[in-house]
Design a protein around this ligand. Structure first.
Ligand code: 8LH
Length: 473
């Protein structure tokens, strides 16, 4: 088998045949049943390794009465207790700085990174030299599958501090033999400078969040530049929904004249590209031989059948410093097992990852995701590119209001066109989501744009509840 060992020890001089669409043909196209057998054996090895090297996993599995040698099938593995983000935080608080799930000597750590969130105790990632190398090889392989090739320029347009997304894209591009450009994002004036540099470098690949790609296109136009002039072939996105939402994906593909590939799971699960589309396959393939993904019932943590929805639970099969074994994401998706146009035999998330279950809200009994609202608005001609979702309580009912920008063309046509667009949006919300939403159309450029992940939900219910409690009601 092509370099499928544990612990991994990749040959950094390896490249596939330039005409092959696959980096590792066997690993990517083998019969799924055969792969599953090999994954079971690999899981036993990874669990035995984690047990031997970490008090965290010893404690957890001893309490559950589970041993690596008990795992004889993928169904057996579903009994292994999940790892939560909170457990990782607690472990790091008690055993600073890397937690007692660090499975290598601290002296082996080659890179420190951390979670990018701004609330609560952040989590530190201690990544060994071996794992850094493994991540680079995994990402190079997946980027090859996207159609990127040695010599291509890859422009990383995302913040390069506490965001694993940018680093993962960068080291994948380096291992692939690309001209890697760690441009970054987030500093004042940087988007306008990105426009200049993109025009100069004409990269084959651009990495960012989908929201930022839209922002970049707006700034390019303000500077009198058509984003198609950048000559980008592949835009690969992670960090938030968008790359697998048809209205958003098609809009971005059209703006740039480039292919969009959706990828990305969680920073803890780096190599986070292990869920990624390919040059010929939309949505996200689950590259199961790198990170084994189960789409599971959020309560029982058992896999749901293909065709159904659940939350992804991830298991590293190639990491040795902080391996995650059954880490629960809290996201929602649905998975299928079908023939993929690219010939890879992996399961697929046809609509990508919808978002975090926590971000879902219920309006009169209907579950609504912020990404579904974005999908509808992006599909409406005349939408100005940014919106806010306001959930408030009127009487005992939750109400959904959406403030959406109209674009300049609608503005030029006048108030009747604005009203007509608002009515179309309301009709679409009730047709697609089955909920009544009050739509307020607002001027172009009302809302600030993001250079990272979009935050669009304003939840008024918390305000309502705290007022209610203060009144003793
Ligand atoms: C996504 C997606 C996606 C992430 N579609 N939702 O960018 C990849 C990694 C590094 C990342 O974003 O990690 P981070 O900052 O830990 O955030 C993880 C969450 O981001 C994940 O649980 C999802 O809710 C979301 N996410 N990539 C939809 N392609």
């Amino acid at each position: 088998m092509e370099e499928w060992n544990f612990p991994p020890n990749y040959n950094n001089d390896y490249f596939p045949d330039p005409n092959s669409p696959y980096w590792f043909r066997d690993r990517e196209t083998m019969a799924p049943e055969k792969r599953d057998e090999l994954i079971v054996a690999r899981i036993r090895e990874v669990m035995a390794y984690a047990y031997d090297h970490s008090p965290f996993y010893q404690r957890k599995w001893d309490e559950a009465g589970i041993k690596a040698s008990d795992i004889r099938s993928l169904a057996d593995f579903e009994a292994v207790p999940v790892v939560t983000k909170q457990e990782l935080r607690d472990s790091q608080a008690k055993n600073p700085p890397f937690g007692d799930y660090l499975c290598c000597p601290e002296s082996d750590i080659h890179h420190i990174h951390g979670t990018s969130g701004t609330t609560g105790r952040p989590t530190a990632f201690g990544i060994s030299r071996r794992d850094w190398d493994t991540i680079a090889n995994n990402h190079a392989r997946i980027m090859w599958g996207m159609g990127l090739r040695p010599g291509d320029t890859v422009f990383v347009a995302a913040i390069l501090s506490l965001y694993m997304g940018s680093w993962g894209a960068l080291i994948g591009a380096e291992r692939l033999g690309c001209k890697a450009f760690p441009f970054g994002a987030g500093a004042p004036g940087m988007t306008a400078r990105a426009v200049t540099w993109l025009g100069m470098m004409k990269p084959a690949g651009l990495y960012s969040t989908p929201s930022y790609a839209l922002r970049l296109a707006e700034v390019a136009r303000e500077e009198g530049v058509n984003p198609r002039e950048f000559g980008i072939k592949v835009l690969f996105f992670s960090g938030e929904p968008g790359g697998s939402i048809p209205s958003i994906r098609d809009k971005i593909q059209d703006i740039y004249g480039a292919k969009v590939v959706d990828c990305g799971t969680m920073a803890e699960l780096t190599p986070w590209m292990h869920a990624s589309g390919s040059a010929d396959t939309e949505g996200m393939l689950l590259w199961q031989d790198i990170v084994y993904t189960e789409v599971a019932d959020p309560n029982t943590h058992r896999r749901v059948p293909y065709g159904e929805q659940g939350t992804p639970i991830y298991t590293h099969l190639e990491r040795t410093s902080q391996p995650m074994i059954r880490m629960i994401s809290g996201d929602l998706t649905h998975w299928v097992m079908e023939d993929n146009p690219c010939g890879r035999t992996y399961p697929r998330l046809p609509k990508g990852i919808y978002g975090r279950i926590d971000d879902m809200f219920q309006i009169r009994g209907e579950n609504v995701y912020p990404s579904a609202i974005a999908e509808i608005l992006e599909g409406l001609a005349g939408y100005g590119g940014e919106h806010r979702i306001i959930i408030s309580r009127s009487g005992s009912m939750d109400e959904l209001a959406v403030q959406a920008e109209f674009d300049q063309k609608v503005a030029d046509k006048g108030p009747d066109a604005v009203r007509e667009l608002g009515e179309r949006a309301e009709a679409e919300f009730s047709r697609v989501l089955g909920v009544r939403a009050r739509v307020e159309m607002v001027e172009p450029d009302t809302f600030p744009r993001t250079d990272f992940k979009a935050q669009r939900v304003v939840d008024d219910r918390d305000l309502y509840q705290s007022l209610h409690q203060k009144r003793g009601g």
